[in-house]
Ligand binder design. Structure first.
Ligand code: PLP
Ligand code: COI
Length: 358
């Protein structure tokens, strides 16, 4: 795909950029440029361009604003010690966007095109990729939306794909510390045949009221159970889950109605290499409660692109709580280290996961 590039004349100056990169937070600052590509049924993907970052002008009838036909991805660009810049398994994000787009009746953006488009934005905005100290990175947010101005309910005939970039530090304030979870028994995130496995805004919209309750109850994130029986642990609002058993097993809920996390899938392989037996299966919420209480479950952690690997502390619900250690567990930290060492080029990339951009 040919990409037309118009460089910004108002790019952030070096002093301000250094200030931002010193303490980027999450999702608050955006790089100097953005990438846009349009799609119509007649022409397919066309008009790829990188332009100065800025607001969009949308017709009030733009379909995504009404019917939420959209998909997105989350990935990161990492700077290594030698200055080179890499992404982590970008073709997995591209393939997941294809799957999400099928579910949302959006057009397919082929995997190599997705990877090239993301790479090109990172090349143009490479000064926005932070130094590796403190495990900072440039968070990349590709997204696709129904941009046709039409109120009839059908798949849009004009679709826009964009990529924006935002420097990122820790997703949770306070760095690597156990997060507390709120178990919602009132709301579910996904049902059979629904959109749970797709990365689409609607899933996040539906999580917000439960997240609000989590916050009101002093918790960082919400845990969702399956919609059918209200029994099996699915995932958090924006992360997958792992349970570490004392006997060397680590268990993660099976896929189907959850987001198939790329971090989750990578940990299956890394944990195998570290000598753990990995099980993907249903996890009953009582197994969690009883396992922690009996000591059979030694550690629990959450994982995702934004959260990396984050230890889980106590689980609370309406009328109860399973307390947990205030410190991150040993296995959690070993898995975390194995992953970030590959991402930051400090360990051998034996799985061939890293993709060089600059
Ligand atoms: N589950 C949900 C709901 C998410 O939003 C995310 C984050 O992207 C994940 C799981 C983890 O996915 P990944 O590891 O691909 O970032
Ligand atoms: C990600 O990890 O990339 C996500 O999209 C999750 C969100 C909580 C930021």
């Amino acid at each position: 795909m040919d990409i037309r590039t118009t460089l910004s004349t108002t790019a952030v100056d070096d002093a301000r950029l250094a200030e931002i990169l010193a303490n980027p937070g999450f999702g608050q600052h955006f790089s100097d440029h953005m990438l846009t590509v349009e799609w119509t049924p007649e022409t397919g993907w066309h008009d790829a361009r990188i332009e100065p970052y800025g607001p969009l002008t949308l017709d009030p009838a733009t379909a995504v604003l009404h019917y939420a036909q959209e998909t997105f991805e989350g990935m990161k660009a990492y700077r290594h010690e030698d200055g080179s810049i890499w992404s982590f398994r970008p073709e997995e994000n591209a393939a997941r966007m294809v799957r999400s787009s099928h579910r949302l009746a959006l057009p397919v953006l082929e995997v190599p095109d997705f990877v090239d488009l993301v790479d090109e934005l990172v090349r143009v905005d490479q000064r926005w990729v932070p130094d590796p100290a403190g495990e900072k990175s440039l968070y990349l947010r590709p997204f696709m939306f129904a941009s046709e101005a039409f109120l009839g309910v059908r798949p849009a005939q004009h679709v826009t794909f964009m990529v924006i970039a935002s420097p990122a530090g820790a997703y949770f304030k306070g760095g690597v510390r156990p997060v507390t979870l709120w178990l919602t028994e009132e709301y579910t995130r996904a049902g059979r045949g629904g959109m749970g496995a797709a990365k689409t805004g609607g899933n996040y919209a539906s999580s917000l009221v439960a997240q609000q309750q989590a916050t009101a109850n002093g918790c960082d994130q919400v845990v969702f159970l399956d919609a059918q029986e209200g029994r099996y642990v699915e995932e958090l609002g924006g992360m997958n889950l792992y349970f570490v058993y004392g006997d060397g097993r680590i268990v993660t809920p099976e896929t189907g109605t959850i987001l198939e996390g790329i971090t989750r899938a990578s940990i299956i392989e890394l944990a195998g290499k570290l000598g753990f037996r990995v099980e993907e299966r249903r996890v009953d919420i009582d197994e969690w409660r009883e396992g922690v209480t009996s000591g059979e479950i030694k550690e629990i952690f959450a994982c995702g692109t934004a959260a990396v690997v984050t230890p889980v502390g106590s689980l609370k619900w309406d009328g109860g709580e399973v307390p947990a250690a205030a410190e991150a567990g040993e296995v959690t930290m070993a898995v975390r280290k194995a992953l970030v060492d590959v991402q930051y080029g400090r360990a051998d990339d034996s799985f061939g996961w890293m993709h060089r951009i600059v």
